[in-house]
Ligand binder design. Structure first.
Ligand code: GLY
Length: 360
């Protein structure tokens, strides 16, 4: 079992290991000694697999346990789902010392976190991520929220969890595509800030079957969690360094939305990273052989590295994104493997930058 400390407005630990769902009650009890009620938020894919184990672990620690299960899918990441969670907690008489337990992937973590951030102006939340993507990124750092028809994550709050419990056994039941999309976020850390992680990923001999190697997976998750903890400690509120975690996301989010959320988030991020890598190389901001290495690694892990989106469509979509500040777009570029920078571009500069990358 590995424990990684996150120093934020409230400090907490990311605990990583096999079989931890069965210990979730005692791990949560350690950090939430006064809570008497817990609402487990999960979706219709994850609840049948793990709800009973988490529930009995919490019951054995004396919690009164309630459930809020929503239909799985990004399209449910909306205010109606949050209202159902608020209503359940209000009906059951939750107080400020009670808590929410998020059991699932990124959508579950974001929504459960937002319900906790807003109910009674803020109660505690424990994150129990079950997808690779949520384990390495979404569950850490306190970003919570819901989508609007106009864009992803348009409404939300920063609300740090009290604990993040990563049971690596959960990866065994993940559909192939859901595991693979998580590798998109893993590769992102390597590219923006972690040459050691890059070396590990490059040296894996059977990249397509990496999830069968539980030792390497635990090492990779712990490295990503440490990277994220480092970023959060410096920039919890997303005003600087934290924005580098959005490498590939700026265009990736537009692709995701233009496809009505039918493509997995991590797949869109991989496409977005590929588009930025090609454009950076063409603009002379990234070496040619490094760019090729980076694109090859994305593809070696079964991820796409391009998309038919036009520079015009991408720029229009980005202008709708909440990460834009005024008329300036913050573009995250990797200048060499392990190093990233934030470059401010006008919409026209961004369009030209993408266009040149397309014209190779
Ligand atoms: N997922 C990016 C962040 O937490 O900032």
């Amino acid at each position: 079992m590995q424990r990684i400390n996150v120093k934020a407005s409230t400090d907490y630990e990311v605990v990583i290991g096999a079989g931890l769902l069965d210990k979730s009650g005692s791990l949560i009890r350690e950090v939430c000694p006064k809570a008497t009620k817990a609402l487990i938020v999960s979706d219709t894919n994850v609840a049948p697999l793990y709800m009973d184990r988490v529930k009995s672990s919490l019951l054995s620690e004396g919690f009164a346990v309630y459930e809020s299960v929503f239909e799985a899918g990004e399209e449910r990441k909306n205010i109606d789902s949050i209202i159902a969670m608020w209503a359940k907690m209000a009906e059951e008489g939750f107080t400020r010392t009670d808590m929410v337990v998020a059991l699932g992937g990124g959508v579950t973590g974001d929504m459960a976190g937002f319900a906790a951030a807003s109910f009674l102006r803020g109660i505690r939340v424990a994150q129990l991520p079950t997808s690779l993507l949520a384990m390495v990124d979404a569950s850490i750092g306190g970003k919570t929220g819901i989508d609007l028809p106009q864009g992803k994550n348009q409404v939300g709050a920063f609300h740090q969890p009290s604990i993040v419990i990563v049971d690596t056994d959960c990866l065994k039941t993940l559909p192939e595509e859901t595991f693979t999309e998580g590798m998109g976020e893993v590769i992102k850390y390597a590219y923006i800030m972690d040459t050691d992680l890059y070396g590990i990923l490059k040296n894996v001999s059977d990249k397509k079957n990496i999830r069968d190697d539980s030792m390497i997976i635990e090492v990779i998750i712990a490295k990503c969690a440490s990277d994220k903890a480092y970023v959060i400690e410096i920039d919890e509120n997303d005003n600087g360094l934290r924005q580098t975690l959005n490498f590939g996301h700026t265009v990736g989010h537009v692709i995701e939305r233009d496809n009505n959320f039918t493509l997995a988030h991590g797949m869109c991020v991989a496409k977005g990273m590929g588009i930025m890598i090609r454009a950076s190389e063409k603009a002379g901001r990234l070496g040619c052989s490094e760019a090729k290495e980076m694109l090859d690694l994305i593809e070696a892990y079964g991820l796409p590295s391009d998309d038919p989106i036009t520079p015009e469509e991408a720029t229009k979509g980005v202008l709708n994104d909440k990460k834009k500040r005024g008329d300036i777009i913050s573009v995250i570029l990797v200048t060499s493997i392990g190093k990233s920078e934030i470059v401010k571009m006008t919409p026209d500069e961004f369009k030209t930058f993408l266009k040149e990358g397309k014209d190779q």
